[in-house]
Ligand binder design. Structure first.
Ligand SMILES: [Zn+2]
Length: 327
């Protein structure tokens, strides 16, 4: 499949790209629309409209798309039905491919958004050529994906790769999933903010408190990053604590999967120079037999905000990731 459309569906926007799957980084066409709130019909119409714009541009360029891939932030089962998606409730329960195929008249493949992002990274990004790779995406929560033996793994139901809900502290903060102390409560963007609020409340970071004008509840990850970049010792301590929590979950994944590569993606990947070295050090202390794991690298993902859309196109070109994409 030389030309494919990839669509990344987020809680706030839908990004569609048209790519040559042999050279996917040179995006041929691109369009984005806001994700409407409301029911499935409204959301699917928005997805279809973004897809049609890109399909039209590709056709006009003499490169008509043959297939569409979609990355969705939630649990997608093997039939393409969305089974859980806290930020896309209107689509939960919907079997997406047939509904979209009726609107856009192109074969459609649906997968989890982090799965798509990892597939892009192992084909043309930071993990190019890796056969055993794990992705953790740090955003509001933690998404994840797993490539093992060169194959994107989906598990029995299609739900594999949700490391954000590994419990790392049963007495920790409540998680929207219903349990307490999930990894994403500590090591995501919102986890960073939580750690910062705790530090501010304990009087350990007056610089962050100043940035929010004294309103502790307003502290978010960006304030921590800003204060850390200004070398505030309190903020740097929060970042170190964050790096430790990130390492805790990564060490668990390393123990379970023995990957050659752990990629850290999502919005916080742009700030990874602040914490990734510390995280590598801590994983080196925590993982079983760490000194013998000379082939495990922990790196930042490199494809940025287009990874999900490009990866969705590549997943569609190699359905369910069981294709020849990885050597
Ligand atoms: Zn949870």
């Amino acid at each position: 499949v030389p030309t494919a459309i990839g669509v990344d569906i987020g809680g706030t926007k839908v990004l569609a790209v048209g790519v040559d799957t042999d050279a996917p980084l040179a995006v041929l066409a691109e369009h984005r629309v806001p994700t409407p709130s409301g029911d499935a019909t409204k959301i699917l119409d928005a997805i279809a409209s973004a897809t049609r714009v890109v399909a039209g541009a590709l056709a006009a360029a003499g490169r008509p798309a043959e297939v569409v891939g979609m990355g969705i932030p939630g649990l997608v089962d093997t039939s393409g039905r969305l089974r859980a998606a806290p930020n896309l409730l209107g689509l939960v329960g919907v079997e997406i491919p047939p509904r979209l195929e009726a609107l856009i008249d192109l074969p459609t493949v649906v997968d989890n958004d982090a799965n798509c992002a990892l597939w892009a990274e192992v084909i043309v990004g930071a993990g190019a050529g890796a056969r055993d790779a794990v992705l953790v995406t740090l955003g509001t929560g933690i998404g994840g994906a797993l490539v093992n033996g060169g194959v994107l793994r989906h598990g029995r139901h299609g739900f594999a790769g949700e490391p954000g809900h590994m419990v790392v502290d049963p007495s920790g903060p409540e998680c929207p999933c219903g349990r307490s102390g999930c990894w994403e409560r500590f090591a995501s963007g919102s986890g960073l903010a939580m750690l910062a609020r705790r530090a501010v409340e304990a009087g350990r970071s007056p610089a962050i408190l100043e940035l929010v004008g004294g309103d502790v509840a307003a502290v978010d990850g960006e304030h921590v990053v800003a204060a850390a970049r200004a070398a505030d010792p309190g903020a740097l301590a929060v970042v170190d604590e964050f790096a430790w929590w990130l390492a805790l979950g990564i060490a668990n994944l390393v123990n379970a999967l023995d990957p050659e590569l752990v990629l850290v993606g999502g919005g916080l990947a742009d700030e990874s120079d602040l914490f990734l070295a510390r995280t590598r050090e801590e994983v080196g202390r925590m993982a079983l037999g760490a000194s013998a794991r000379t082939g495990t690298r922990i790196e930042a993902a490199t494809l940025g905000s287009r990874a999900g859309a490009i990866g969705a196109a590549l997943v569609a070109a190699t359905p369910r990731g069981v294709g020849p994409g990885v050597p």
